[in-house]
Design a protein around this ligand. Sequence first.
Ligand SMILES: Nc1ncnc2c1ncn2[C@@H]1O[C@H](COP(=O)(O)OP(=O)(O)OP(=O)(O)O)[C@@H](O)[C@H]1O
Length: 398
Amino acid sequence: MTDTSPAPVRDDPGRADTAVPAIELAGVRKSYVSHGETVAAVRGVDLRIGQGEFFSLLGPSGCGKTTTMRMIAGFEEPTAGEVYLHGQSVTGVPANKRDVNMVFQSYALFPHMSVFENVAFGLRRRGVAKNEIKQRVGDILEIVDLTGREKRRPSEMSGGQQQRVALARALVNRPRALLLDEPLGALDLKLRQAMQVELKRIQREVGITFVYVTHDQGEALTMSDRIAVMNDGLVEQLGPPREIYERPATKFVAGFIGTSNLLSGTVTELSGGDAVLSHGDEGRIVVPLREDLAAGAGDALEVTVRPEKIEIVGERPAGGGSAVPATVAEVVYLGTSTNYLVTTADGTEVTVFMQNANNSDDVAERGDRVWLAWEPRHSYAIGGGAGGVRGDASKAAV
Ligand SMILES: Nc1ncnc2c1ncn2[C@@H]1O[C@H](COP(=O)(O)OP(=O)(O)OP(=O)(O)O)[C@@H](O)[C@H]1O
């Protein structure tokens, strides 16, 4: 999927149309020849990453995220296509001549040097004056919240602190973009979550473009301005976290980002911008139609709905929303919420998360016959790899 939207520019949307993207990939492909076989790692990626944006490349192992990142950094050259940094093609420009820095999962700090010396290393090599080094290292250590720990050795610091030193070392050179390849992968869950918040704060403070590679959807949703979800060498969907979560364009994205339910139905009528679908004998699913979604009576559609959007009720719900009968197969009490696994008439398994805010008892028990209810806006019709669902052009498209 091609990102044709203008690169967003912070605090000044009026400039978005004319702004040169910090990073642009145009028709980028990368193949490797391995044991006589050609492996297509990246199969045609188009991206525009805006100045000061926190941009994530998200996808499962082997989808091509690291290869994409390495082509931006200059560690790999594309087999085809072009990489631009701030509007300039960087084909043939070596990594050390590109105005980007990379942070890896292994911090690669110098163990015999203090925190200050680790951060100052690059500046010293470039012959920056002593006073300026002191100032710049001091400033950046303050931003990463390590003031007062200048004399410590890496071995005397926690994993999260070491990662912040690595970040300070990359930022002190004031690159125009920072590339981060699973930088929190070595940390335990609690520290990783704390560092996600920290990283976002640091990025906001320094205002540098961050490109972040991760296979962790929670991490990408927490920090990013926009996310490119990659699968098998291609970008399947590109957009802000909320859009990707609420309106996954393909089955792959729906399944990869959080928990999603997929229900199928047959269109019975089109009504006020919605398609009404039958699901089993009694079930009804209401899904809004879109510009890129044309459907008519008799068409089969697949619809996603997130588990937290569904309510479990005892009676058939009144009103214009979705109403699907189901049988409770499993109830899992989790403290703040209860998860229900239910089965609909055609055997579809549906997960429902219900917050335990006011109700002290579970709303249903195993074996109960219940109704699932949700609002039309929480249904999203999905298509195949190309996104969207296109029916007969003569049918209504809203
Ligand atoms: N140097 C190489 N030689 C041959 N094949 C390679 C090479 N580098 C990557 N690949 C292949 O290209 C595909 C994409 O790899 P890449 O490392 O970009 O994926 P990834 O999404 O970053 O995965 P991970 O999260 O596991 O790092 C994989 O099938 C991988 O085996």
